[in-house]
Design a binder for this molecule. Structure first.
Ligand code: S3P
Length: 166
């Protein structure tokens, strides 16, 4: 069975897509992103799916998109920040080279202000962030083979840290 060479997990805005693209180029492989797969398949932005069909529906789409990507993709794969909420997804990640990218709350608030396309951090980002992380931190930690902090690091430096850590 084929599997991704690296799977990136972690909260929204931590840089999974940016780091993933660079890492894939560095490894001479392809990059894939479960969010981008969902947007392409649905033909609409994630924020619209959340508003019109709700988070539960989005999570079903996400579960299927992640399952397909894990089965098909052999390069670097980035998962949406909430993908680890699903127990069957966490099970599929068992034994894979999963990298958990982390950042502190201050950095998260700073970065979320730069991106209005993320529905879960649109209002009161600091408090939302803390709640999200309380619910998710242990899942990220459970699935991760290595943990790489991104605060005060350029994306290129994060790529080096990931390569060192794996
Ligand atoms: C989400 C993270 C987003 C996207 C959606 C929900 C989350 O992905 O899947 O807005 O629940 O944390 P990124 O982590 O790629 O921003």
């Amino acid at each position: 069975m084929s599997a991704p060479v690296v799977v990136l997990v972690g909260p929204m805005g931590v840089g999974k897509s940016t780091v993933g693209e660079l890492l894939a180029a560095r490894l001479g492989t392809a990059f894939r992103d479960s969010d981008a797969d969902i947007v392409a398949a649905q033909g609409r932005p994630i924020s619209d799916i959340f508003v019109d069909q709700g988070e539960t529906h989005f999570r079903e789409l996400e579960r299927a998109a992640v399952r397909a990507a894990l089965a098909e993709h052999t390069g670097v794969l980035a998962l949406g920040g909430g993908a680890v909420l699903d127990a069957s997804t966490r099970e599929l990640l068992t034994g894979l080279p999963v990298v958990y990218l982390t950042m502190e709350v201050g950095e998260a608030v700073k970065r979320s202000g730069l991106n209005t396309a993320r529905p879960l951090l649109a209002v009161n980002p600091r408090q939302q962030w803390k709640l999200l992380m309380e619910a998710r931190r242990h899942h990220y930690t459970d699935v991760a083979r290595v943990v790489v902090p991104t605060d005060d690091r350029t994306p290129e430096a994060v790529v080096e840290a990931v390569l060192d850590a794996l």
